[in-house]
Design a protein around this ligand. Structure first.
Ligand code: ZN
Length: 220
């Protein structure tokens, strides 16, 4: 386990399962964690209220950054409700829930805010074991972004992706180990249809989350 008890971290935070687990991981790892919630025209602004409540309960500061420009760059089904969401991964491409450039922009925003606050640690809840294989969730991208941000601002940022090698079952285990299993299970929003906790049960995000939960509970 890392120990950065004298340092602070900014956590990219959406109020979902992964970033909430990361928020509590950061709370335990650093002297202080700050939640940064970036709005980019998602379907559910309800996400913001949920995220703010989780951060409040966790006792960490909450900053909201409105970046609607992200939804104006490339069509995707997360920000454009007229596009029907892919239920499965199309042959040879990413599902249309992929928001091109998002994590690079998120990390750039987070690093710029961190620069101004003289914070060097950034935390992001990506995993390359995730089903869809988004390129900006992979370990090599995170290392590359880290190097680029350091060069861009002449800083020594350290990007942490504590869930990188974990599937959803593993993420549930981490939440349990951090003592926040129930918080993550009941208060987070992962569902693409905006239903908190267990969710709608049928969207791709729910299927993934609930399959991982079932698998984890069967190991207990
Ligand atoms: Zn759902």
């Amino acid at each position: 386990m890392f120990n950065y008890k004298n340092e602070e971290a900014i956590v990219l935070f959406s109020g979902g399962q992964d970033s909430t687990t990361c928020l509590y991981w950061a709370k335990q790892t650093f002297k202080k964690a700050h939640a940064l919630c970036i709005l980019y025209g998602q379907r559910h602004s309800l996400e913001v209220d949920i995220a703010r409540n989780i951060a409040e309960e966790a006792g960490v500061s909450f900053q909201l950054l409105d970046a609607p420009v992200i939804s104006q760059l490339a069509p995707n089904s997360l920000t454009d409700s007229s596009i029907e969401m892919d239920k499965e991964q199309p042959e040879g491409s990413f599902p249309n829930t992929f928001v091109p450039g998002r994590n690079l922009l998120f990390l750039t925003f987070a690093a710029t805010i961190a620069y101004a606050k003289n914070i060097r640690h950034l935390v992001i809840g990506v995993s390359e074991a995730d089903y869809s294989g988004y390129p900006d969730c992979r370990d090599n991208f995170i290392h590359s972004a880290n190097a680029t941000l350091n060069l861009a601002m002449d800083k020594n940022f350290r990007i942490h992706a504590p869930l990188m090698s974990l599937d959803k079952m593993g993420v549930w285990r981490v939440a349990d180990e951090l003592g926040v299993f129930d918080v993550v299970r009941n208060k987070t929003l992962t569902c693409y249809n905006g239903i908190i906790g267990e969710g709608c049960g049928v969207c791709p995000a729910c299927l993934l989350r609930n399959k991982g939960l079932e698998k984890y509970l069967s190991t207990k």
